[in-house]
Design a binder for this molecule. Structure first.
Ligand code: TXA
Ligand code: MG
Length: 332
């Protein structure tokens, strides 16, 4: 395999492929977040993934494959825009929803006639997929609804012994999940913003793309909680972050603050339990976002006060995750 696998010995990759063949679960790094992998064609193994995550069976999994030229083995029909996107962005943080091939069982697609497919851009993931040979169904390796893991330590802390093997490929470069594009209909649609930007997709397809449900900021009830830390998350305008945080601090709450770059740059002092200066670059912010949220939980914060970045480039995915983290929680 390529030199990029040097951090993980070939023997560990071979062992992981063996675990998948024996219906086991392997957590592995991708460029976005860590995945919890099972043989995509093995309904029983896929069932274990849902059980370990505590995920409803109606939330289908992404099938990871080694190379774009395998796409026709996994999709029943590959329209031209899908070929353009696969060619341009794979391996990379893009997932395509396509009509599924019969080899993908209902367990993996939640009974849908479509399947989500991607080629990840991480040497360890690609080595595993090549050694295994088949498709690996993998959601993010966290419990349903919580923050996705971006290091192997996050996976071990959250899932522990429920996983047969964890491959440690270091911190994930991108840090937020893949962009999901539905290419089954006439017009490609972004189902989830992520590591490939809307602008880059639009340039590749030479047309504008709709992003459902990403327009207005605070629409309670429309964004059921997901990607959420234990602490409550409150979103306010950038200029209100300090006031909002200090008000909660004065009420006696343990407050974590994601201080917007403009406010941090102005040298603001904040009375709060834990304060993080948000990186000015959205790539750096995406890379660290989930780590910040996990850190606030480790610090025992009750509340996280944040604002949304501007919604272009990776800012669209970051804003989507923050909104979902701030969404209404199911009753405890
Ligand atoms: O970056 C990523 O995409 C990571 C890494 C591990 O690849 N995976 C990931 O998986 O985020 P997960 O399971 O956490 O999110 C997959 C999303 C879910 O929201 C699911 O509903 C959607 O993909 N999905 C899967 N199959 C679908 C389908 N056939 N149609 C529409 N959405 C689908
Ligand atoms: Mg997930």
């Amino acid at each position: 395999m390529s030199a990029g696998t040097s951090t993980i010995p070939e023997a560990a990759i071979a062992e992981a492929a063996g675990v998948l063949r024996a219906s086991g679960l392997v957590a592995f790094p991708t460029e976005t977040v860590y995945g919890l992998g099972a043989n995509a064609e093995d309904a029983a193994a896929v069932g274990r993934v849902f059980a370990v995550k505590g995920r409803p069976p109606t939330h289908p999994l992404i099938v990871h494959i080694a190379r774009a030229d395998q796409l026709d083995d996994w999709a029943a029909d590959v329209p031209e825009p899908a070929r353009v996107l696969a060619e341009r962005f794979w391996p990379g943080p893009l997932t395509l929803v396509l009509r599924r091939s019969p080899r993908i069982p209902d367990a993996t697609t939640g009974g849908l006639e479509t399947a989500a497919i991607r080629v990840p851009n991480h040497p360890v993931a690609l080595a595993l997929l090549s050694a295994f040979g088949g498709g690996v169904a993998a959601p993010s390796a966290n419990r349903f609804g919580s923050v996705s893991p971006t290091t192997a330590a996050h996976v071990r802390a959250e899932l522990g012994d429920a996983v047969d093997l964890v491959l440690d490929g270091g911190p994930c470069a991108v840090g937020v999940e893949s962009t999901i594009v539905d290419v089954t209909g006439g017009e490609p649609t972004i189902l989830r913003p992520g590591g490939v930007t809307r602008e880059d997709l639009e340039a590749a397809l030479d047309r504008p793309l709709a992003v459902p449900g990403s327009s207005s900021i605070r629409v309670p009830g429309q964004h059921p909680s997901h990607y959420a830390p234990r602490a409550r998350v409150v979103l306010v305008a950038p200029d209100d972050v300090v006031v909002e945080a200090e008000r909660a601090h004065d009420r006696g709450e343990r407050v974590g603050v994601l201080l917007p770059p403009a406010v941090a740059g102005a040298g603001a002092e904040v009375k709060a339990h834990a304060v993080v200066a948000v990186p000015a670059s959205t790539a750096a912010y995406a890379h660290r976002l989930y780590g910040f949220l996990r850190e606030f939980d480790r610090e025992g914060c009750d509340l996280v006060v944040a604002s949304l970045p501007e919604e272009h480039g990776l800012g669209l995915a970051i804003a989507n995750r923050l909104r979902r983290a701030a969404g209404p929680r199911p009753p405890a």
